[in-house]
Design a protein around this ligand. Structure first.
Ligand SMILES: [Zn+2]
Ligand SMILES: [Zn+2]
Length: 781
């Protein structure tokens, strides 16, 4: 009898892998141990060579539902005799720290049945879990995943739970989050004077239902933070919520009790159904049925939009709340607009009564804050677009093969921040970490990053940041580089986007040229201007900027991104004689002020397609002042979608010529064409659709000019599902089109792109830390 070691790498912890290994070992009569380690799952055992090989094959074939095997190996090791087969939990973790953290998993069908089965001992226990479901990443204090290294550590299992935990035949065998109402997590219902009205779970649930029905706002502790809830049919309650949150128009998400109620109220296709019910349980953007408008206050929930964010309960607590209530509930992150989700209990009781009449909390700590993820399926081509990557999806691991085996950290961008850590050959991408504008988000970013560095024992040798010297992520990178004596590398914003989408589609090693269409709101360019309408090529490990939208002047700094009138003003002044057409949108003082700013323009320009969307939305009178990021672009998209719904992808012309003169993108022709259509009284829907179509045609023109058939798309503009559909519809037959798959198209992908760019392009370039930071300082946006 010899001794072997099987090592399995991937998502292998917190998914019930050890129990299935145990069962296979028992079946084959194998003696040994299985344990979670910092590098994954390790099985050490005695067997003959043929039995060992058989065992190896079987173990791989029984991998549990939510596991993901990246690699598995078997090796003969020094002899050691085992008396039986056991699951071992030791604290001598000395292997390389590189195991993947398992994302949180929504309540599974089996637990759901038990939750509603009056004969089950966990009937209506709001924290029911099993080896296949429950909180994971959000409660992780350290790796590997063991109860004592999570927020479940203070909860000691009662005898019955412990019996299940020890019982090979129980589906909670070795379940690290196992608990019941006798030994587990406890709810509490808190009122404004901080008095706990009840900590009996049935009473709490009764109170929640009662107060939701009465139109109250309740803050409920979810998996990754607190959610604000109110009755989705109560327009008054929703308006109260909006006023308190300082969120006049940004869409709010809805929690539905089950799929049947969703189908009754929204159009749902097969792929959307799957998404709603998957273990990641994201918010899915759906089109409400006409009839739903009578029952749900849709116009208060997503004003001006044709879709509403819908989710099914991802936790037993949310399941009980939604089912007791029976209809849709508004469920939105508890935060002031722009700040990150509130997840700490102390902060919650200090701050949440500003918004909520009551707080529903529980006594298990949230270690890592997470927002709900948001996904959309495009209507015509069924493209799955991730709009926010957080609970359920994060942390993400991409099968990217690192060229450098050093530890590096990429700190991401600004408005949609995230970080990427490359360690021991693995690449991990954090969840969306809020906007770097706000102090609380910066704090959350730093805490999460520090937590990761500690868990992985990481000492970054290279730190990669955006070139913008005013980004929080850039400043913090500088600080970390000093602290770790690491090399600091700066990567241009849009090149990082391109690198991310190239890597995600495995195109880095291709021999063919690839065109990168990178369009977003803002990013500091290599020439000191604000880029955002860029065309790059990728060939032989080099990115070249080959074209961009004609520059237009930038004035008023940050304000321009919030006020589409300013974009319209700058574009009209630059490219037409008709600037006075929009004079009536400004006060006299504003007009004089902006005219003077333009006259004394300091020479900062932009090629941003995001600002172009803003300007066109303003010209069409659908959004003159944004109350949230992307509002103007979404309003324009809605118009174009109306057109396509009635006419299909059929339109008579583009604003651009089919062949571009002088390799320039003549924004002038575009603006003048739009103005002409407005003046001659063309329908808004038509103009919006023609604008979308013009962008599609433009991509084809550039691809033709450079004779490239592979085209990659990245940047916030490609969150526009109609644009993605139209590209696919128009160009899909002639070109190979590549979009993001796992990552979102917005700045959440920048940190990954920075890491890829460094690993592929900068790897051999030896630049001094501080010589890079000589960019002219320009105002953001
Ligand atoms: Zn379960
Ligand atoms: Zn128990």
């Amino acid at each position: 009898m010899e001794t072997y070691q099987i090592h399995i790498d991937g998502i292998v912890q917190g998914v019930g892998f050890r129990p299935v290994v145990f069962l296979v070992a028992a079946e084959l009569g194998i003696k040994g141990i299985v344990k979670n380690d910092c590098d994954g799952l390790n099985i050490l055992f005695n067997a003959s060579q043929s039995v060992a090989e058989d065992f190896f094959i079987k173990v791989k074939s029984v991998a549990p539902l939510h596991s993901k095997i990246l690699s598995a190996s078997i090796n003969k090791i020094a002899d050691q005799a085992y008396p039986d087969f056991s699951i071992v939990v030791d604290e001598n973790y000395n292997s390389e720290k590189k195991v993947l953290m398992t994302p949180d998993v929504a309540i599974c069908p089996e637990c759901k049945i038990e939750l509603h089965d009056s004969k089950s001992r966990r009937y209506r226990y709001p924290f029911i879990t099993c080896t296949n479901c429950g909180p994971r990443y959000s409660i992780v204090k350290n790796i590997p995943f063991e109860r004592q290294q999570t927020a479940m550590q203070p909860f000691i299992m009662c005898e019955t739970c412990n019996d299940e935990y020890q019982n090979v035949n129980d589906r909670r065998f070795f379940s690290q989050t196992n608990s019941c109402s006798d030994c587990g997590v406890q709810l509490s219902f808190i009122q404004k004077d901080l008095k706990v009205l009840s900590d009996n779970s049935e009473e709490v649930l009764l109170l929640i239902r009662k107060y939701l029905v009465n139109g109250k706002i309740i803050a409920v502790k979810g998996i990754g933070g607190y959610l604000l809830m109110c009755d989705a049919s109560n327009s008054g309650a929703i308006q109260q919520l909006r006023i308190k949150k300082h969120r006049p128009k940004k869409p709010l998400a809805l929690l539905f009790p089950d799929l049947a109620v969703v189908i009754k109220n929204c159009e749902v296709n097969y792929q959307e159904k799957k998404l709603l019910q998957c273990a990641e349980a994201p918010i899915v953007l759906l089109k409400p049925r006409k009839f739903a408008y009578e029952k749900i206050a849709i116009n208060d929930i997503s004003p001006g939009l044709n879709r509403v964010g819908v989710m099914l309960p991802c936790t037993p607590l949310l399941d009980l709340i939604a089912n007791d209530f029976g209809g849709p509930i508004v469920a939105t992150s508890a935060n002031i607009s722009g700040s990150p989700i509130i997840y700490e209990d102390k902060v919650a009781v200090d701050q949440l009564f500003e918004f909520a009449d009551f707080i529903v909390s529980y006594n298990r700590e949230i270690v890592i804050p997470l927002d709900d993820s948001v996904v959309q399926v495009s209507k015509y081509e069924n493209h799955q677009l991730v709009l926010r990557r957080s609970r359920g999806y994060a942390p993400s691991h991409l099968p990217y093969k690192l060229k450098n085996n050093t530890c590096f950290l990429a700190t991401g961008a600004f408005l949609k921040s995230s970080f990427t850590l490359a360690i021991n050959g693995k690449v991990f991408i954090s969840q969306f970490l809020g906007s770097g504008e706000c102090y609380e988000s910066q704090l959350m970013y730093k805490q999460t990053l520090r937590h990761w560095l500690k868990m992985y024992n990481a000492q970054p040798q290279v730190i990669i940041a955006d070139k913008h010297p005013q980004y929080f992520s850039n400043n913090y990178a500088l600080e970390l580089a000093e602290e770790f004596a690491a090399k600091l590398q700066l990567v241009q914003h849009h090149e990082a986007h391109f690198a991310a989408v190239l890597a995600e589609n495995d195109l880095l090693a291709t021999d063919e040229h690839v065109l990168g269409v990178i369009w977003d709101g803002t990013g500091l360019g290599d020439d000191g201007n604000i880029w955002g309408g860029e065309f790059f090529t990728w060939h032989e490990e080099k990115i070249c900027r080959v074209n961009h939208f004609d520059y237009f002047p930038v004035i008023a700094g940050d304000k321009m991104a919030r006020d589409p009138r300013i974009s319209a003003f700058c574009l009209l002044n630059a490219f037409s004689e008709n600037a006075d057409l929009i004079k009536n949108k400004f006060t006299e003082t504003e007009w004089i002020n902006y005219c003077s700013l333009l006259e004394n323009h300091q020479g900062l320009f932009s090629s941003s397609v995001g600002r172009l969307f803003d300007a066109v939305a303003c010209l069409l009178n659908v959004c003159s002042l944004q109350t949230y990021e992307g509002e103007a672009a979404m309003a324009l998209q809605v118009l174009a979608e109306n057109y396509v719904e009635n006419n299909g992808f059929l339109i008579d012309a583009s604003y651009f010529e089919m062949f571009l003169p002088d390799n320039k993108i003549p924004v002038e022709i575009l603006i003048q064409g739009i103005l002409k259509d407005i003046i001659t009284g063309k329908q808004k829907d038509y103009i919006a659709a023609k604008f979308h179509y013009s962008l599609v045609g433009l991509v084809a023109s550039v691809a033709r000019r450079f004779n490239i058939s592979n085209i990659c798309f990245s940047g916030g503009v490609f969150q526009n599902a109609l644009l993605v559909d139209w590209l696919e519809h128009e160009l899909g037959m002639y070109y190979k089109l590549y979009f993001h798959k796992v990552l979102s198209a917005n700045d959440e992908n920048i940190s990954f792109g920075q890491m890829v760019y460094y690993d592929n392009v900068l790897k051999s370039v030896n630049t001094d830390i501080f010589t890079n930071i000589t960019m002219a300082i320009h105002s953001d946006n």
